[in-house]
Design a protein. Structure first.
Length: 600
C-alpha cells in the first residue's frame, strides 16, 4: 500500500504562525519585560521616596518628643524640690509651690494637655495636677487620670530609676520620670500627658499612609492613624528600618527605628502596594497602548499578506487543480493587485491556453495517426500480394529461361522487402543497406544501360557500421534523376570513410548544379523546413536530412555541395556510437550480388 503523502499546511496559516512566533510573541515578551522593569523600578523608587519622607516626619515627631523629655527634666534644675525633707509636715506649703510650678511651667505649653506630680512618701495625699485646656486637657480628664491611670503609672515609676518612660492608656500618652534629690533618691514622680496632635499630626496627614503605628518602649504602643499591625505581626525586626513589600493588591509597610537618649521610637506605616506602583501607571498605560496597537498592526500585516500573496497563490493553486482535473484551457479571472502576480496570472492563462491548443493539436494528430495506421495496415495487403505475384512471375521467367527478367524481378523484390520492413528495425548494418542499394542500382542499370556508370568505393571495415534503413536509396535516386539528362549519360560514385566518430557516405554525380538548384536544396535542407507544404516528389532528400538529425543529432545530416568542375557531392554524416562500428568482411555482400557494371 503506497504511503499517504502528508498534506502541507496552508500558506496563510504558516504566515499567521510565523507572525505570532517570530514577531508578536517576542514583541509582547519585550513589552512585558519592559513593563515589569519599569514598574519594579518606579515602584522601588516610589517606595524609597516614601521611606525618606516617612523618616523625615518620624524624626520631626522624635525631636518634639525630645523637647518633652527636656521639659520634664527642667523641674530637676529649677529647684522644684529644694528644701524638702521626708517626714516634714510641710505639704500645705509644698503643695502651693508645686502647683504653682506646674501651672507656670506646663499650663501654657501646647505640648502638654495635663501635668501631674506626687511625692513618693505619700502619693495618695501629697499630689497635685493641672490641665491645659488649650491642648485638649480638662479637669474631668485629670480626675479620670487619678482614678484610672495613676496606679499603673505609680508602679511604672518604681522601676524607672533615673530614666524616662512613655505610657499609653485609652488614647492618652504619658511621659513619666522620677524627681531625684541631691542624693539621687526618688522623691516624687512627674507625669506629663502629651498632646498627640502636636507630636504626631505630621504622621497622620501623610496621604499615602493607610495606617500608622508608634511604639515608645514597652508600655507605649499607639495607633496614630487607623489600625496598623505591629512589626512583629508582619514578621519584621523592630530594631531596623526598611520597606516591606506585601502582596499585590494588598498592604505594604514602611518602618523606621530611631534611638533617643532615654528611649527608642519605632514607627510603622502601611501603604497600599498599588499606590507604590501608582507612579508607573502612566508607563503601564503607554506599554498597554503599544501592546494594543500591535493588534491592529498585526491584523493589517496579516490582511496585507493574505490579500497580496495568499489570495493570488490560492487562485493559482485552484487553477492548477482545475487543470489537473481535466479543465484544460482554464483561465483565471482573479485580478492581481501587484505587478509580479499580474505577470504570473497572465503567464498562467497564456500557458493554459497554449496547453489547450497543443492538446487539441495532439488530439487531431492522434486521430490522423490512427487513420494512417489503419491505412498502413490496409496497404500492407498490396505489397504482400505484389511480392507473391512477383515471385510467381519470377518462376515463370526461370522456367522459360529468361534470366534477365528473373534478375530484375529479384532486385525489385529485394527493394520491396526493404520498404515493407517486416522486422521494424530503424537501423541496419551498412552491408545490408548496400544490398538494397545494389538491387536498386541493378534495376536502374537495366533502365539506362550504358548511359549510366556507377562506382562504389566503400572499405570493408565500414560494413558493420549501423545506418538508418533505406538512407542511401533516396540520395542515389536524386543523383540519378539530376545527374543524367534526357538522352545523356553520367557517372555516379559512392564513397565511404570514417573520421573519428563520424561516418561519411558521399554520393557524387557529374550533372552540375545551377544557382536555382542550390537555392532549392538550401530550402529543402533548412532546419525549419516544413515538409507538409511540399509535393511528395520533393520529400526524398528532406526526409533523409530530418531522419539523420532526429536519430543522431547535429552534426549528423545531409549536405549537397559543388565539387570540382561539374561534380555534385551529396554527403551523409552519421555520428557513430561506441561499439557500433567494426569489421567482419566475411559477412559483407560479395561482388556477385552487385550489378556487373558496378565498380568496386
Amino acid at each position: 500500500m503506497p504511503a499517504v503523502k502528508k498534506r502541507a499546511p496552508s500558506l496563510k496559516w504558516q504566515m499567521a504562525g510565523l507572525a505570532l512566533t517570530c514577531w508578536l510573541v517576542p514583541v509582547v515578551l519585550v513589552l512585558c519585560v519592559m513593563g515589569w522593569y519599569v514598574s519594579d523600578s518606579l515602584g522601588q523608587r516610589s517606595a524609597d521616596h516614601l521611606a525618606d519622607q516617612f523618616q523625615v516626619n518620624v524624626r520631626m515627631s522624635m525631636e518634639r518628643l525630645d523637647g518633652a523629655v527636656r521639659s520634664s527634666r527642667r523641674a530637676s534644675y529649677d529647684g522644684m524640690l529644694d528644701g524638702y525633707r521626708p517626714g516634714e509636715d510641710i505639704w500645705p506649703r509644698r503643695y502651693a509651690s508645686t502647683y504653682n510650678y506646674l501651672v507656670r511651667q506646663y499650663q501654657g505649653d501646647q505640648q502638654f494637655s495635663m501635668a501631674a506630680f506626687w511625692f513618693i512618701e505619700d502619693p495618695e495625699q501629697m499630689r497635685c495636677g493641672i490641665c491645659n485646656t488649650n491642648a485638649g486637657g480638662s479637669y474631668q480628664a485629670l480626675s479620670a487620670f487619678w482614678r484610672k491611670d495613676f496606679p499603673a503609672l505609680q508602679e511604672l515609676a518604681g522601676r524607672l530609676d533615673t530614666y524616662v518612660a512613655f505610657y499609653e492608656s485609652g488614647g492618652h500618652l504619658y511621659l513619666v520620670r522620677n524627681m531625684m534629690d541631691h542624693r539621687f533618691q526618688a522623691m516624687g514622680v512627674l507625669v506629663l500627658e502629651l498632646d498627640r496632635s502636636y507630636y504626631f499630626d505630621n504622621l497622620t496627614v501623610l496621604p499615602w499612609a493607610e495606617s500608622v503605628r508608634l511604639e515608645l518602649g514597652e508600655g507605649a504602643a499607639l495607633a496614630v492613624k487607623g489600625e496598623a499591625p505591629s512589626a512583629g505581626e508582619l514578621g519584621l525586626d523592630p530594631n531596623h528600618s526598611g520597606i516591606w513589600w506585601g502582596d499585590t493588591p494588598g498592604p505594604s509597610a514602611v518602618y523606621q527605628r530611631m534611638n533617643g537618649p532615654d528611649y527608642a521610637l519605632s514607627a510603622l506605616a502601611t501603604v497600599d502596594t498599588d499606590y507604590l506602583l501608582g507612579q508607573s501607571s502612566g508607563y503601564k498605560a503607554l506599554l498597554l497602548g503599544m501592546a494594543l496597537f500591535l493588534l491592529p498592526l498585526l491584523f493589517f500585516v496579516f490582511w496585507f499578506f493574505n490579500r497580496k500573496i495568499s489570495r493570488p497563490i490560492q487562485a493559482m493553486t485552484d487553477g492548477a487543480i482545475a487543470i489537473e482535473e481535466g479543465a484544460l484551457g482554464y483561465q483565471m479571472s482573479y485580478t492581481a493587485n501587484s505587478r509580479e502576480f499580474q505577470y504570473l496570472t497572465d503567464s498562467f492563462n497564456h500557458m493554459s491556453g497554449q496547453l489547450q491548443s497543443q492538446f487539441d493539436h495532439i488530439y487531431q494528430e492522434e486521430l490522423a495517426l490512427r487513420d494512417a495506421r489503419i491505412k498502413a495496415l490496409q496497404s500492407h495487403i498490396n505489397p504482400h500480394f505484389l511480392n507473391n505475384t512477383l515471385e510467381i512471375i519470377n518462376w515463370e521467367s526461370r522456367m522459360n529461361g529468361d534470366a534477365k527478367v528473373s534478375k530484375m524481378i529479384e532486385s525489385l523484390s529485394t527493394v520491396l522487402d526493404a520498404a515493407i520492413d517486416r522486422d521494424k528495425r530503424p537501423e541496419v548494418r551498412l552491408a545490408e543497406e548496400m544490398t538494397y542499394v545494389s538491387a536498386y542500382l541493378y534495376i536502374i542499370d537495366q533502365r539506362f544501360g550504358r548511359r549510366l556508370s556507377v562506382n562504389v568505393d566503400i572499405p570493408d571495415a565500414l560494413m558493420d557500421c549501423m545506418v538508418p534503413r533505406l538512407i542511401l536509396q533516396p540520395v542515389i535516386e536524386n543523383a540519378v534523376e539530376h545527374g543524367i539528362g534526357p538522352g545523356g549519360s553520367g557517372t555516379i560514385t559512392l564513397r565511404g570513410r570514417r573520421e573519428g566518430n563520424l561516418l561519411l557516405l558521399d554520393t557524387e554525380n557529374d550533372g552540375g548544379l545551377s544557382a536555382e538548384d542550390e537555392a532549392h536544396i538550401a530550402r529543402l535542407l533548412a532546419p525549419e523546413y516544413d515538409a507538409a507544404r511540399e509535393p511528395s516528389g520533393n520529400l526524398g532528400i528532406s526526409n533523409v536530412n530530418q531522419r539523420l538529425r532526429i536519430l543522431y543529432g547535429p552534426p549528423s545530416g545531409l549536405t549537397i555541395t559543388r565539387g570540382e568542375g561539374s561534380q555534385v557531392i551529396a554527403r551523409i554524416t552519421i555520428v557513430l556510437e561506441p561499439g557500433k562500428g567494426g569489421s567482419n568482411p566475411s559477412s559483407y555482400p560479395s561482388s556477385d550480388t552487385l550489378s556487373p557494371k558496378l565498380g568496386r
